[in-house]
Write a protein that binds this ligand. Structure first.
Ligand code: NAG
Ligand code: NAG
Ligand code: NAG
Ligand code: NAG
Ligand code: NAG
Ligand code: NAG
Ligand code: NAG
Length: 356
């Protein structure tokens, strides 16, 4: 009896004195900590080239990035970080940065030359990611495939890619699938779309500050066989500014895609300055903008409210609408005023409330 009691005591005290260290400072610690901890700190971690920082988390886990998380060079597709889990919470501590070291890859050719990894893939159900600072993505920055997700106060800074035009295809936020996804109060400085939505329903993009980008975009038609993959509905993009970029607003359907739909999209309170190509371009002839548009993916209930700003340069056009016959319907626009363009607007479909 005594012996058993003694053994129990010893076991209990061992268990009691063993405390889990959930701070990751070396890459070799990642798998164990991720499998064991629900409150994880990633502190000044160096991720070796060719390795994914794989954060396949226990439900309800909190992760804090501290200091600089740095990713070493390797020729591969990435992603550099992949997050999976349910109801996860991420926070960047004050002064923390995820440094993709993009300049090691940039050659001015973007995705046309392989070997540049995507930076962070977020594949969660239930998530809040706050105060994340992404620096110098080698290629696309944030790839979202998630339900019930909020991203708040992100900074995506790829402005160094402007040096000698070496950064290219550095998309800010790509929503490849989203259901109930919000991105808010975030800043992007890059060389491709600020936000691009490819598929999903129920999204809110608000208080974005985009510099140098290809705009706030909806790009649909990547699938050659699935209607559901070519569907974007119920989206609000609002209260945002765009500076010094190629485009402001860009909605495009791919002529080689399967059937699909874009429906119930509202852009409101968007202000742009220094836009070089199109203030708003809506085209059903992507990617070859010179060919006849195709109505495989109708665009219906596209609402613009209070879209204002100025353009710059010889190519600038306020609004270009290229719709296939009867494939654009029920667009209501009000207070769309984009000035200082070199060329006039051109519309093959005229939205109610807009003089083209
Ligand atoms: C956890 O381990 C790291 C090294 O991996 C060390 O820097 C840190 O001090 C440890 N924390 C605790 C609470 O022991
Ligand atoms: C949308 O996602 C947020 C964040 O996870 C959640 O709080 C909210 O309940 C979700 N809304 C719906 C309608 O599911
Ligand atoms: C947006 O985020 C900044 C910090 O990046 C904060 O100071 C500001 O209060 C936020 N604004 C809103 C409306 O939440
Ligand atoms: C249109 O989308 C908004 C935003 O997601 C949503 O609140 C609204 O209910 C949708 N309207 C219709 C008629 O479905
Ligand atoms: C129009 O949008 C701008 C931001 O671009 C905002 O400051 C202004 O309040 C909006 N006007 C109305 C009437 O909502
Ligand atoms: C689209 O617009 C039409 C005409 O205004 C309206 O009857 C319909 O309810 C709208 N649908 C959505 C999903 O917003
Ligand atoms: C549209 O413009 C008119 C006249 O400039 C202004 O009175 C109205 O508040 C504006 N509405 C919106 C939604 O911006």
């Amino acid at each position: 009896m005594n012996a058993i009691f003694g053994l129990l005591l010893a076991t209990a005290s061992t268990a009691f004195s063993f405390s889990l260290n959930c701070t990751i400072t070396e890459f070799s610690q990642v798998a164990f900590v991720v499998n064991s901890c629900r409150d994880i700190v990633i502190s000044d971690l160096v991720v070796p080239g060719g390795q994914i920082l794989e954060l396949d988390l226990l439900a309800g886990t909190r992760v804090t990035f501290e200091g600089t998380t740095k990713f070493e060079y390797y020729y591969w597709a990435g992603p550099l970080i992949r997050v999976r889990g349910e109801n996860v919470y991420f926070r960047g501590a004050e002064g923390s940065v995820l440094d993709g070291q993009g300049a090691l890859w940039w050659d001015g050719k973007g995705g046309a030359v392989p070997g540049k990894p995507y930076m962070i893939e977020i594949d969660v159900t239930g998530g809040l990611f706050e105060d994340i600072f992404l620096l110098n993505c080698p290629h696309h920055c944030v790839i979202i495939s998630s339900t019930d997700l909020i991203l708040d106060r992100w900074t995506v800074d790829v402005s160094q890619g402007n040096i000698k035009n070496l950064g290219h295809n550095t998309d800010g936020f790509d929503i490849i699938y989203g259901r109930n996804v919000t991105i808010k109060n975030s800043t992007v400085s890059n060389q491709d779309d600020c936000v691009a939505i490819n598929r999903g329903e129920g999204m809110l993009i608000t208080q974005m500050d985009c510099t140098g980008s290809h705009g706030l975009s909806i790009s649909v038609g990547f699938s050659h066989r699935s209607f559901l993959h070519n569907r974007v509905v119920d989206v609000i993009i609002e209260n945002s500014v765009l500076r010094d970029g190629d485009n402001g607003i860009h909605v495009k359907t791919h002529t080689d895609g399967y059937l699909g739909e874009i429906k119930n999209i509202t852009y409101r309170n968007i202000h742009m300055t220094g836009i070089r190509n199109f203030g708003a371009e809506i085209q059903q002839n992507y990617p070859d903008g010179t060919i006849k548009p195709v109505g495989n993916i109708p665009i219906t209930n596209l609402t613009f409210i209070n879209i204002t700003g100025t353009m710059t340069g010889k190519k600038s056009t306020p609004v270009l609408i290229v719709c296939a016959e009867d494939a654009c319907r029920d667009w209501k626009w009000s207070n769309v005023s984009i000035t200082h363009a070199a060329k006039p607007s051109k519309c093959s479909y005229i939205p109610e409330g807009f003089i083209c």
